[in-house]
Design a protein around this ligand. Sequence first.
Ligand SMILES: Nc1ncnc2c1ncn2[C@@H]1O[C@H](COP(=O)(O)OP(=O)(O)OP(=O)(O)O)[C@@H](O)[C@H]1O
Length: 257
Amino acid sequence: MDKLLDIRQISKVFGGVQAVRDVKFHVNTGEIVALIGPNGAGKSTVLNMVSGVFPPSGGEIRYRDISLTALKGYQYAGLGISRTFQNLQVFDDMTVLENVMVGFHSGTKSGLLACGTRLGRARIEEKGMRDQSHQLLEIVGIAEMAEQTAGSLPYGKLRLLEIARAMAVAPKLLLLDEPAAGLNHTETADLSRLFKQIQSGGTAILLVEHDMDMVMNVADRIVVLDQGEKIAEGTPDEIQQNPKVIAAYLGQEEAVV
Ligand SMILES: Nc1ncnc2c1ncn2[C@@H]1O[C@H](COP(=O)(O)OP(=O)(O)OP(=O)(O)O)[C@@H](O)[C@H]1O
């Protein structure tokens, strides 16, 4: 399998806090990798470095043959990396469909300004965007809510909306930060199926998640962080039996076993 994302010994220091230290792992094309660990282990910090929110203090992140470490956040457009956030980022007053269409703007040839003034190519692209946005809403299972304002959706559906929007750029790599947070058991199971479906379309997923049922169900491989360092990596079966992982989780409310 091809390495899509290669994280090479990255570190992050915030003031005096060493949030991440020499972490190394990779994600293959079309693979689902879960990044787990107790609270404060450094998972979100790794995701933020991969998605260009801030650079590593040390080490390198390679995506295909590009060094992400050298890029600014805005240079990520068009790379095929997309993400969702721990805290929902939807526009409450816009419709569900419009929220998904926002996700297309970085990928359109005419750009946001031309779309706004509805000139030639922009209009054509907008029709295309509407159709594709509808398809994405169908994939995540909320197409019947397309014309409702996003603010009227229940929490679980908003999570699906965020994923539909992240899919607008047809990502090769989807970064998900705690997508199951606040979801009930049925919603979590539905989301797990959706991730498998997204994977079958060729998209790789790097998933930060506390819900161990979801992680064990969907992940091909799991990377475990504790206090900023990688302590284990393996298949779900291997991780569930790893003594270091069990010890790291002792006293945490989310048990691995
Ligand atoms: N912007 C920041 N400034 C200072 N310290 C930070 C910052 N972001 C994270 N940290 C610290 O870095 C460490 C790792 O935090 P991080 O949020 O990456 O952990 P996490 O594994 O995602 O935790 P959780 O599961 O609770 O979300 C923590 O000690 C945290 O307080």
